[in-house]
Design a protein around this ligand. Structure first.
Ligand code: HEM
Length: 409
């Protein structure tokens, strides 16, 4: 994929994705000036190593808020399993809004809806509906000569989701522009874009912000939830992780500085990325020059889907690929570069822009959750491994019994 990039760098999008992205997002754009310029902007302002430093407090506060919320739920009702996603999502989405727009909002008035909508509804419209719609299939994509036949249910669904997303984003952007006009500048992707590119249209700004909000909120949620599911399901691996944290951090709270000294935590992260890859199939590509891939001749014009899930479950590469086993990323046989054996973040020039953020948030969050609580799955949930939407969101939210570690010492 990386070697043959020059022959497969353009995209061939299904209709739903074309409508929702209008080719104005980094991840779906063809490789060229727009892609290079936009990727540079998001790295400089939000996701690159230096940019990430300015959001460190926000990340730490986010994880601490979730830990506090979990403690409160457990204290109020120690017997019932809690819905992890419901708690985590609120603060993770808040972080995504803060980085992209400069503010974590609790509600916003949307003119087109004629009412104020809550943060939960903003999430539904900007993240959940987009991820569900992205995999909405239009059968006419497979029979282009029948493209004149109406497909009303598909069109209504996708165009409605698009219109709702645009209305909410317009409202959010308007609110931030009013803030900026009052002289209250903050570090954010939006302010960088406005400063950097005065020619940018409102539509372009909206689509780029839609992408950053969506990508930052969704994939990290997916990964963290799968990691906590596996740790709750595999108590002996959870104990091993807890012991590592105790040895390295003692009674101190885990921070990003500790990550290089926590190899088992790192292995938990990469094994989760392998076994439950949040992006199981990459956005389709178009082979625009005759090429060979894996020994096959592939003619120009071929549409290509890269099956990451398939690569991660290949038993010629991975022993017992069905098993979730962080140990495979440890020990003598493991070299640092082997981490890139997983294609979880893609590779080459289209490699994920948010990998630094994804690793630091997920790793610190998982470590803090295990440091604070012993996790046990709700009875009967062990086999609930189905997924839904474009990224591999757990179909059944994780319900777990949490016991504060302070109660077990
Ligand atoms: C565990 C979490 C994450 C995973 C597994 C993941 C995975 C991926 C994958 C597989 C790609 C596509 C590579 C390709 O098409 O070849 C990608 C691209 C991208 N990701 Fe992520 N991602 C994660 C987190 C994030 C975060 C937090 C952001 C922040 C906004 C982000 C922003 C992007 C962007 C902008 C691209 C487009 C890069 C390009 O086309 O050059 N991702 N990601």
């Amino acid at each position: 994929m990386v070697e043959k990039f020059s022959s497969i760098s353009t995209r061939k999008l299904p209709t739903a994705m074309s409508v929702l992205t209008r080719n104005n997002m980094i991840a779906i754009s063809d490789y060229g000036d727009f892609h290079r310029y936009s990727k540079r902007n998001i790295m400089m302002s939000m996701l690159g190593f230096t940019a990430q430093k300015q959001f460190r407090d926000t990340r730490e506060r986010m994880v601490s808020n979730v830990v506090c919320a979990l403690h409160k739920l457990v204290t109020d009702d120690p017997q019932s399993p809690l819905n992890f996603r419901e708690v985590y999502n609120n603060d993770l989405f808040g972080l995504s809004l803060t980085e992209s727009l400069g503010e974590d909002v609790s509600s916003v008035y949307v003119e087109e809806f004629g009412r104020e909508i809550s943060k939960k509804e903003i999430f539904e419209v900007l993240v959940h509906d987009m991820m569900m719609c992205a995999i909405e299939a239009d059968w006419r994509d497979y029979f282009p000569y029948l493209s004149w036949v109406p497909n009303k249910s598909f069109e209504t669904k996708v165009f409605t989701a698009d219109a709702r997303r645009n209305a909410v984003l317009r409202a959010l952007i308007k609110r931030q522009k009013e803030r900026i006009a009052r002289g209250e500048a903050r570090a954010s992707y939006m302010e960088y874009l406005l400063e950097e590119n005065k020619e940018m249209t409102d539509d372009q700004l909206m689509l780029l912000l839609s992408e950053s909000i969506l990508a930052a909120a969704d994939t990290v949620l997916v990964t963290t939830e799968w990691a906590m599911f596996e740790l709750a399901k595999n108590p002996e691996k959870q104990v091993r992780l807890y012991q590592e944290i105790r040895e390295v951090c003692g009674d101190e709270t885990v921070t990003e500085e500790d990550l290089p000294r926590l190899p088992y935590l790192n292995a938990v992260f990469h094994e989760t990325l392998r076994r439950h890859s949040p992006v199981p199939v990459l956005t389709p590509r178009l082979v625009h020059r005759d090429t060979t891939l894996g020994g096959y001749d592939v003619p120009a014009g071929t549409q290509m889907m890269i099956n990451i899930y398939g690569c991660h479950m290949d038993d010629k590469v991975w022993e017992s690929p069905e098993e979730w086993s962080p140990e495979r990323f440890l020990g003598e046989g493991f070299r640092g570069a082997d981490r890139f054996k997983t294609l979880g973040f893609g590779g080459g020039r289209r490699v994920c822009a948010g990998s630094i953020q994804a690793v630091s948030i997920t790793s610190v969050a998982v470590a803090r959750f295990v440091q604070e609580f012993e996790w046990r799955l709700r009875d009967g949930d062990e086999g609930k491994e189905d997924t839904m939407q474009f990224t591999a969101l757990k179909r059944h939210p994780l319900y777990a019994h949490l016991t504060p570690r302070s109660a077990t010492k």
